[in-house]
Design a protein around this ligand. Structure first.
Ligand code: ADP
Ligand code: MG
Length: 439
């Protein structure tokens, strides 16, 4: 096919993919290129590893659908970092498994009175890891930007020094990897992995459990890194002294550096965040609409984004311009649907009944097939039938982190598409959940 023809087809696919999945559409999609298109396979080029991960995790099915609709035949879609960077990427990947999110940068973080100190300390740490505030401890309620800032520090530190070895993981991941290392008799390699880094970033440390060996291990990791002048950054939902499961010796260590709080954003900050998020998705919304959303949603930025997504999705599916009236109607619709919304508890109830397992098993660390499958199905259904974030879904199922939930969703999604039995089971469970008496 002629280059121009391929480019035209790709432009159509891109437009269609945006319509198929407005939630995951980003402004930077405009920078995607087509690396290869023929014989039923489409390879899409993107600028770096972080966007590659985002596309692979979130956009594969929407691009596949779009490509099939536009070309009229089956197309497999894959993404790749543009050719000229591929070699570099390969060597980088071996150095670290760091997975960053392309949206979570300092540039995309709106600074206001509620988060100024936290943001400034994160910037300082990213410029000079180990030498400013060590450890740096961020705390605040859910949805106020802790994870975003942690990613931004890693992204900036990595840009400044490509060789820096950075480990970023949720506390739950740390604990799980520790348990696995013990089970597999690999403790030494686990210790090497975490004690030899330049920067260790652990999100949501309130999930460190009391009197567990993992807390002891974390204590030693902390001491080793700290005494070698390596940077440690932590986040939690409360200050160190208020985390019930935390041992005294860890509380005192966490207080050695800087403990900084993030508060709920002011009205002006909320307006600015909505504008930022709209821009990131390639939307332009007028001040009036941003102000309307900011007045309606107060406490949590994740919900602010959710409101924007709802408005965007309503506009795309109805093919209408985003006006104040449309925004009002869309959000009122959201309130209506919230009144009869499906909760994760509804889902868990139907799934545990069907598989005859207990909730406690789903929340436990058990990894036998008979427990893992219902757990993953719960995650998949919660992702598809509720508006909860990956983090929140993981939280209901034993405090698992968002990558675990993401993995479960793609695994079940894949099984569904090639196994009719799974497809039928998911259909039946969904039917029961939707008809279950609402709380
Ligand atoms: P937390 O980890 O505190 O629960 P997150 O970092 O996951 O919260 O933030 C939730 C959402 O809100 C993310 O999409 C994040 O990008 C967004 N967000 C939070 N604070 C800001 C901010 N100041 N500017 C832009 N986006 C923000
Ligand atoms: Mg978080």
């Amino acid at each position: 096919m002629a280059t121009r023809e391929v480019e035209n087809i790709f432009a159509d696919i891109l437009e269609r993919a945006k319509a198929v999945d407005p939630v995951n559409t980003r402004k930077w999609f405009e920078k995607l290129t087509v690396l290869h298109l023929n014989g039923g396979s489409l390879e899409i080029g993107c600028p770096d590893e972080a966007t590659l991960q985002f596309l692979r995790d979130n956009c594969k099915s929407s691009f596949t659908r779009a490509a099939q609709q536009i070309t009229g035949h089956l197309v497999t879609v894959d993404f790749n970092v543009e050719q000229r960077k591929r070699l570099l990427r390969r060597s980088r990947r071996r150095e670290s498994e760091l997975r960053l999110h392309p949206d979570y940068t300092f540039d995309n973080f709106v600074v206001g009175p509620s988060n100024r100190l936290a943001q400034a300390s994160c910037v300082a740490v990213s410029q000079s890891p180990g030498n400013t505030y060590n450890p740096l401890f961020l705390y605040g309620n859910s949805g106020l930007g802790k994870t975003h800032l942690l990613y931004a520090v890693c992204c900036e530190a990595k840009q400044k020094s490509d060789k820096a070895v950075i480990q970023f993981l949720s506390c739950e991941d740390f604990v799980n990897r520790f348990i696995r290392a013990i089970e597999e008799g690999n403790l030494a390699s686990f210790q090497n992995q975490f004690r030899a880094v330049d920067m260790l970033v652990i999100d949501d440390v309130q999930f460190l459990r009391e009197r567990e060996q993992s807390q002891e291990e974390f204590f030693h990791t902390f001491n080793t890194l700290y005494s070698n002048g390596k940077q440690i950054i932590l986040s939690a939902d409360s200050p160190p002294g208020k985390i019930p499961s935390l041992e005294e010796r860890l509380i005192s260590r966490f207080n050695w550096g800087l403990v900084t709080r993030i508060d709920p954003p002011s009205y002006e900050t909320r307006v600015a965040i909505i504008q930022k998020k709209a821009h990131l998705r390639g939307l332009s919304i007028c001040d009036e609409i941003a102000e309307y959303i900011a007045r309606k949603v107060h406490a949590n930025i994740r919900e602010l984004e959710g409101a924007l997504t709802t408005i965007y999705a309503v506009a795309t599916t109805t093919g209408k311009q985003i006006t104040l009236e449309l925004a009002q109607r869309a959000l009122e619709g959201q309130i209506e649907s919230a009144a009869r919304h499906i909760s994760i508890t509804d889902i868990i109830e139907v799934v545990t009944n069907h598989f005859d397992v207990r909730l406690a098993d789903l929340q436990s660390k058990k990894r036998s097939q008979s427990i893992t499958e219902p757990r993953q199905i719960c995650m998949y259904l919660a992702r598809n039938l509720t508006k909860h974030s990956l983090e929140e879904i993981g939280g209901h199922l034993g405090g698992r982190d968002h990558t675990t939930v993401m993995h479960a969703c793609s695994k079940i999604g894949e099984t569904k598409s090639c196994d009719p039995k799974m497809d039928a089971l998911l259909g039946e469970l969904t039917r029961r959940i939707t008809y279950a008496p609402q709380r």
